[in-house]
Write a protein that binds this ligand. Sequence first.
Ligand code: DQA
Length: 148
Amino acid sequence: AKLLVLHGPNLNLLGEREPAIYGHTTLAEIDRDLCARSEALGHEMECLQSNAEHVLVDRVQAARADGTALILLNPAAFTHTSVALRDALAAVALPFYEIHLSNPHAREPFRRQSYFSDLAVGVVAGFGVDSYRYALDAALSRLASTRH
Ligand code: DQA
């Protein structure tokens, strides 16, 4: 199946950005690991990071027609602000997993609100880079059980 990984704003700085919170692994390393895992199982994966809301909205919209089976999404700061990205996910109605490296509930109060969690298949947060890996494992299990 075709999987799409979307990373929101500032995640291009992973590795150097607030390492006490987000760790030392770079985004390229995360993407490489996710691609290797999914391709080893015969899946196709595309990863995209953007600091621009409209780029993410456009990519989600395109997923409706390009055969994407499932989306892995770390909306980053858009988690707490973007009705537009939420609406795009609702519009395409593809299953998606919400991912966070940190646990937003253990941080500032403004991070407790997510525009995505109630639409997501599941939310994985607080496990550092392993959050991506756990979400991918869950996604792959779901694909295996929903394949006909
Ligand atoms: C984040 C948590 C968000 O609150 C924050 O704005 C981010 C990263 C995370 O992965 O922990 O940029 O999504």
